[in-house]
Design a protein around this ligand. Structure first.
Ligand code: C2E
Ligand code: MG
Ligand code: MG
Ligand code: MG
Length: 276
C-alpha cells in the first residue's frame, strides 16, 4: 500500500519482508542518525558494465544501507525517502566521494575505467552542485573523463531548463551524462537530442520482455540504431539470460549490465576481479 505524501509524490511502499515492521518515521530517524554518524551503515557496491566481448569498461555505483537493527532496506525504498527529506544531498555526496575515490584507485592500473553514478534531481537543483562536484573530483584526484552521471527521464521532465543547463556545464568539465531507465518515462526523443546526453541506458523492462513482446524487441533495435546515428552510446540494463545477452550483441549495444554478467559487488571484490 502506497501512501501519498505532499506535492513531491513521495510514495513509500512497505511491502517487502524486511521492512514490514519498520515505520517510515523510524527509518527517517535512522537515516538522520546514520548521516550524523559518518554515514554509518551506508556503503557503495559496484555493478560492472561490459562490452560485447565481456570486457569490463566501468561500473555503476549503487548505494546500500543496513539499519542499526541489522535489517536491510532497498534503494528503491530509501532513495525516494531521502529525496523527500532532502537528505539525498548529503547521501549523494557520500556516494560521489566513495565512487570517485574507488575509480581513481582503479584508474592507476586501468586508465579508461569509469564510475557511473546516479544523481537525483535534488542534487541537480542545488545552486552550487557543479562547484561541489568539482571540489570532490579535485580532492579524490579522479579525472572527470572517468565519471558518468546517470540522470532519469523523470528529472528531465521535472525541470528541463535546469537539467539542460547543468548537464551542459558538467560536460564542459568533461563529465559524461547518461540517460538512465530510458523508455519508461515521459521524455521524448526530442528531449534526448536537445540535452547533450552521451549514453542512453535502455530500461531493463525492454530486455526482460524481449522474447515475449515484439514491441520491446523492436524498441531495443530501433533505439540502438537511432542513438548510434546521433553518435551516442547505448547501454542495455537488466541482462539476465544468455538469449538476452545474444540479442544485445546482435543489436550492437556498446555496453551491457545485468545479473547474468555481473551482480553488484563490494569494491574489494571488483578490485580483485579487475586485477586477475
Ligand atoms: P538504477 O540506477 O536503474 O540501477 C540499476 C538497478 O537494477 C540496481 O538496483 C541493480 O542492482 C538492478 N539490476 C542490475 N542488473 C539487474 C538484472 O539483471 N535484473 C534485475 N532485476 N535488476 C538488475 P538497486 O541497486 O536496487 O537500485 C535501484 C535504484 O535505486 C537504482 O536504479 C537507482 O535509481 C536508485 N539508486 C541506487 N543507488 C543510488 C544512488 O547512489 N543515488 C541515487 N540517487 N539513486 C540510487
Ligand atoms: Mg542507474
Ligand atoms: Mg537504470
Ligand atoms: Mg532502474
Amino acid at each position: 500500500q502506497a501512501k501519498r505524501m505532499g506535492k513531491n509524490n513521495y510514495a513509500f511502499y512497505s511491502s517487502t519482508r524486511d521492512n514490514d515492521s519498520i515505520a517510515r518515521a523510524e527509518i527517517e530517524k535512522e537515516m538522520r542518525e546514520a548521516i550524523d554518524n559518518g554515514f554509518r551503515g551506508f556503503s557503495v557496491v559496484y555493478q560492472p558494465l561490459t562490452e560485447a566481448t565481456g570486457n569490463i569498461i566501468g561500473a555503476e555505483a549503487l548505494l546500500r544501507w543496513i539499519l542499526s537493527t541489522g535489517q536491510t532496506i532497498s534503494p528503491a525504498q530509501f532513495i525516494p525517502l531521502a529525496e523527500y527529506l532532502g537528505l539525498i544531498v548529503p547521501v549523494g555526496e557520500f556516494v560521489l566521494r566513495e565512487a570517485t575515490t574507488f575509480c581513481r584507485e582503479i584508474n592507476a592500473t586501468r586508465p579508461d575505467f569509469y564510475a557511473s553514478i546516479n544523481i537525483s534531481i535534488r542534487q541537480f537543483q542545488q545552486q552550487d552542485f557543479l562547484e561541489r562536484v568539482l571540489l570532490i573530483l579535485e580532492e579524490t584526484g579522479v579525472s572527470p573523463s572517468n565519471i558518468i552521471f546517470e540522470i532519469t527521464e523523470g528529472m528531465v521532465m521535472h525541470d528541463i531548463q535546469r537539467v539542460k543547463h547543468l548537464s551542459d556545464e558538467l560536460r564542459q568539465h568533461g563529465i559524461r551524462i547518461a540517460m538512465d531507465d530510458f523508455g519508461v518515462g515521459y521524455s521524448s526523443l526530442g528531449n534526448m537530442r536537445e540535452l547533450s546526453i552521451d549514453i542512453v541506458k535502455i530500461d531493463r523492462t525492454f530486455i526482460r520482455d524481449v522474447s515475449t513482446d515484439s514491441y520491446s524487441k523492436s524498441f531495443i533495435r530501433l533505439i540502438t540504431d537511432l542513438v548510434h546515428s546521433m553518435g551516442k552510446m547505448v547501454c542495455i540494463e537488466g541482462v539476465e539470460t544468455t538469449e538476452q545477452l545474444d540479442y544485445c550483441r546482435e543489436c550492437g549495444a556498446d555496453c551491457m549490465q545485468g545479473f547474468l554478467i555481473y551482480k553488484p559487488v563490494p569494491p574489494d571484490v571488483l578490485r580483485e576481479r579487475l586485477e586477475t
